[in-house]
Ligand binder design. Sequence first.
Ligand SMILES: Nc1ncnc2c1ncn2[C@@H]1O[C@H](COP(=O)(O)OP(=O)(O)OP(=O)(O)O)[C@@H](O)[C@H]1O
Length: 716
Amino acid sequence: MDLQVMLKIVRRFAAYKLLGSVFLFTLLIEVAYTVAAPLSLKYLVDEAFTPRNFQAFMIILFILLGGGILNVIAGAVSDYSLGRLAGEVVRKLRTELFAHIQLQSLPFYERYRVGDLVTRFSADMGSIERVIRGSSPLLLKELLAVALGLIMLFTLEWKLTLAMLAGSVVMFVLPQLVQKRSERANREYKEAQERFSNMIDEMAKGHKTIRGLHQQGRFRMRGDNKITALFKTGMNLHMSNSLMERLPLTALLLLNGIMMGFGGYLIFHDAMTVGGFIAFFTLFMSVGQSGSNLAFLIPNLIESSISFQRIEEIMACEPDLPEAEQPVSLPETSLSLRMERVTFGYNEGTSQLKDISVEIEAGSFVAFVGPSGSGKSTALQLLSRFYDPQQGKVFIHDLPLQNISESSLRKRAALVSQDTFLFHMSLRENLLLGSDIEEADMIAAAKQAGIHEVIASWPEGYDTWIHHEGGSLSGGERQRIAIARALLRRPQLMLLDEVTSALDPAAEADINHLIEQLKGSRTIVSVTHRLSSVVNADRIYVFQGGHIVESGSHQQLLREQGLYSSLWEKQHGFYVSGDGRHAAVKGERLAKLPFFAGMEPALLAGVAELFTSETCREGESVVREGEEGDKFYIIVRGIFEIWKTFAGEADKKVAVLQDGDHFGEIALLRNIPRTATVKAAGPGVVLSMRREAFHQLTEEHPQLLHALEQTLQQRM
Ligand SMILES: Nc1ncnc2c1ncn2[C@@H]1O[C@H](COP(=O)(O)OP(=O)(O)OP(=O)(O)O)[C@@H](O)[C@H]1O
């Protein structure tokens, strides 16, 4: 056990001086009584029973009885003071840990997973509490009992006590030898618990994906492995603890032998009375019992000191985004933004943003667009200070972001992200979040976000209880609730991350209309992959590979014929119904696919008719790795992730596709198993064409087949 750790624990007790003193004083009375009681035997036998002295008997009895009553009262006071003391110490530790975790930002939550933190609050705090309430008072009691008992033993018969002490060294030396092993076993068991909790958390949160990708078997296997690890580390811990507990008991047997032998010798040589031996024996048994109780406590103490160290490890994490020493507040006007030569990477050695500069005027509507993974959302996270840049600076209203007080920033700026989190409380509470906003304002915000009618149609309306982080709501509903939640706080700065990605075209048009209305009075930065949403933006920044490669208005960017214009072309040429359930593609759009390039328009119009529209739910797999492929797909709306299995590793997301992308064209040629799984990250609409339908066409127009063969050969 680390002495430093023990000192830190003791220091926590020292903060409660009065309670601590009362506890120690009453404990002393209890121990003194326990130790002195066996001594009465010597006087009972030698002074009262043997000489048949009734008066001495009555005095001893009276003293014993008085001491007993005092002992009972001291015990009750000791229990109360300990209860309060332990409660206060644990409460303070919990509050400090909770507050400290709240100070942390995203990098901390990426380092520590849910299970890591939950285990610290549950198992680790539990073990510390158990030790504070149970083991540490026992430890003190037994230590005092051993110390006082030894003094008494010395007064009774010092030679015998010395002989016993020499023997009892074994009692304490042996457990020391296994202590390191026990500490290691303890740490390993706690880490195994942590890993298991993390897996349960992942399983609960990802149950849709697990089912969607048919991963139950693999998860069961991972679960079995983790349970087996818990079993093995638990067994190891049990064995090392048992060993620690057993060693002193074995040593006690040895000591009994010494006492009988040497004690008998002293009696036979008239160096000790029988009463003295009985008192010595009884007292020694009590001291021995206290000594072995101490040994039983050691595993508990080790466990709690490891738990304490694990909590200290969290407490030692400095917040990644500290508040400035003299933070400034943002004014209540619309706010300008600036990023100056910002470079940022989530991990050391990587850069997701490379030397980017952005200038956003107060009250303007600015969009960040670009391929998936190009860094748009990262830039938004930096603007809302969920991370600090590694190089360069971010300014709001010409104030360095790092100098702005967190409370002012969160009040004036609202980030609406893709992963809306809804709390386990009523919808009303989820919207208001403790603020005293009027009901009418809440409803107005919900109407603006286009969610009021949906909520009003639910039997319990705004009092509907939200379960599973809002998992039973559709992605679009969650997104609109998040927009309403942001709107009703009337922020001057709205940072929107793919807020329309889960909405149908009609709802998307409403939100775009809302943005149009809001701009001017607020500054709006919108990250989106859907370019039709940003045609009216004052300025569009186009991201690629962490750089800003183009910027300007929609018309300017189209004229530049660069990345923006090619993305725009890719996303156009589709027809989508207002409810987003039906889609069709125009022949000229198909001409942009490499294998249809150069085809006659009439022929492409025929190909376009072969497509049928399919809608996909969030988490649904459109194609599954290993399954027979017989369809080719074009994404009309939505974000789709490509997942691949790698032997001996967890499945990996290898790419993300979005509006206008296509996949699975090889299925038009031959029947080979799919090489990856394509899963909808949110609601989506795709157009699909079956191989048989395509082949009917290629029988009449064999050049189609030839073109496709050629393109695929080039790509493979
Ligand atoms: N928390 C994170 N830790 C490590 N890497 C991350 C993290 N978040 C994003 N990335 C990586 O940073 C890069 C940029 O991601 P970002 O989300 O900013 O891109 P994006 O352009 O917004 O794309 P998308 O539209 O797909 O969200 C990607 O390669 C992504 O994998």
